[in-house]
Design a protein around this ligand. Sequence first.
Ligand code: ZN
Ligand code: ZN
Ligand code: FE
Length: 760
Amino acid sequence: MTYTRRIRCDIRGIVQGVGFRPFIYRLARRHELSGWVCNSSGGVILEAQGEDAALHLFVFAIRAEAPPLAVITALESEEILASCGDEFIIRESKGGEGAPEISPDWDVCPDCLRELFDPADRRFLYPFITCTNCGPRYSIITGTPYDRPLTTMAPFVMCPLCQGEYYDPADRRFHAQPNGCPLCGPRLTLTDSGGEQVAGDPLAQAIRLLAAGKILAVKGTGGYHLAVDATNDGAVRELRRRKQRDEKPFALMAPGLMEISRFALPDPLEERLIASPERPIVLVRRRDDHNLSPAVAPANGYFGVMLPSTPLQHLLLRENFPALVMTSGNLSDEPIAFRDEDARQRLGITADFFLTHDRSIQTRLDDSVLRVFQGNPLFLRRSRGYAPRAVPLPAGQRSVLAVGAELKGAICLTRGDRAFLSQHIGDLKNPETLASLEETTTHLKKILAIRPELVAHDLHPDYLSTRWAQEMTGIPLVGVQHHHAHLASCMAENGVEGEVMGIIFDGTGFGLDGTVWGGEFLVGGYESFRRAGHIRQVPLPGGDAAVREPFRMALSWLREAFGPAAFELPLPFIASLSEEEKKLFDRMIQRGINSPLTSSCGRLFDGVAALLGVRSAVSYEGQAAIELEGMAEQGGERPPFSFALDATESGCLCLDFSEMIRELMEALLAGHHRGTLARAFHDTVAHGAVELCAAIRQETGLERVLLSGGVFQNRLLAERTHDLLAARNFQVFTHRLVPPNDGGVALGQAVIAGRSRICA
Ligand code: ZN
Ligand code: ZN
Ligand code: FE
């Protein structure tokens, strides 16, 4: 026997602007239900009426068959009184103050891609083809509710054909806000660097110019790329020269996975990530026999590769280039250019031509960068395709704005049990980047309808983010210790509660005792923490100069291990110092002149890299450590070096690597393979860390260990540490949703502040 029921469902998550209402409409018709669906302030609500069994199947299918861009975080249904009517309709949005979640920008879907290359289709080769299942979202939204007038599509008036699709619930372009066609939508233009339009078809001409070795600025989803033919060595070198970028690897874009396999060696999981609709840059081991320019990624065993993520990029690459260099359109440290005028000014000297269009970008987004670690993505940079997707928090909390640290700036806003981590903004070392951070904050607050009750910031008094937070008035501030924030960030994304221990290995962070921390073993949770251990502190000769010149850290560790005799060791970077300089460094290190003490693990990696001859100076942060990891991957196995675990007066454990430095030095002078030594160094750090954790477990009984900090971008170290911990029955947690580096710090700050007892 069947009977009629009526239910009301409240659905939350990313359910607006992703074709959710037409999906519900079709689903309801399929199950012969009557009722309605509409956007609400927080998501989508619907009422459906029909036979009991059909309703069950309907509710089940909402989750099971949801459109590809949708993310359902909550679906609540209740039974209500049945009413009359046998139609199912899509009702107009209620509008008003919205608090939905915003979809990230996605690649072209297979349906649109097919049409793009179908000569019979009216959007054949149209670079702005899109539907409800694909295309730009976050980058074009100017306000909420997500509706065409509140996107950068507002100036484009749809032609009758496009309108027909837009208003037809059965069409896959029903309410596709960026909908358009060659008649009514955005158009491409190609100009030279002076702004003069180039005659002919912009796309065909752009392909011709790229093939001729020219540098093109190409407007993408969240900003401009600088593009050159990756097989053209002269062009790649010229781009390096003009961009003033000596060694940092360039990202590559290839038309398909097959083309990628000709110059790189992605494993199946890497392939899956590369081909995912988020379209990140994935670091993939490169082939030795590739035919791309060696200047793409000098001294690096990996290529950063991605597939096209806009129709324009598909059109540029397909059957034209095995790979293009697609590097962000900026000069060294500035944010990526995304406004047309600004791009023209800033990139005019770098690019020969501009391939651009008349749909503006509202939100600047860099490409996301990740590598694979133990079957999961490990974010190095979280941006396009992922931002501003929410990270679910283990519990609801007060609304917080967290402003992040200095390097790899990103902010975090929370609402209930959701944390919205912004896209990567860049290193906050100049006013432009800070301005970009402020803009992003204002925009995200608006479109997510969040009014924070607290502001969280780093304890470092000189970070631009800290100063900015301190300028805000009428809102309580919460200062959060840098490594505590790292720990909480990893806890939050893993849904971990209670007391844990954390290995936080990173470059620099302001310590509670005023020294530079960075090789930390913390015990605690969201509410509080203590420093249970750290890597032995050594002087950082010259402060920030030591970051740019890793040989200074090598001197510091060698001085620690060998005393004054360090300056007589037969190493090239020591031999190149004059007697004066040697005395100067000796004095600096001995007396701590302009040499703050640091426990930084990142600086330990720098020092060992210099010692093993990787390099004495770097052109970007982390370069020495990255190349050291590359060297270690070439090495063979040998037992780890010695290290010591001592208790300090404060009751904190100290992990001392000076013995390792002595043994490493002796082995190096005895002519051992550098790769093998580099590998053994990684191994030693992992063994040391695990011993220290074991000591903490003995004392506290804690079993859970979380790994965070930028040094854990190093896969070899992360893997070693993880495996050794697991082998000793620790429960290990690592980052999968946000970067382990400072790009993820804002999440931790937000949760610590949200759970603090500070009153708003
Ligand atoms: Zn599509
Ligand atoms: Zn049209
Ligand atoms: Fe950090």
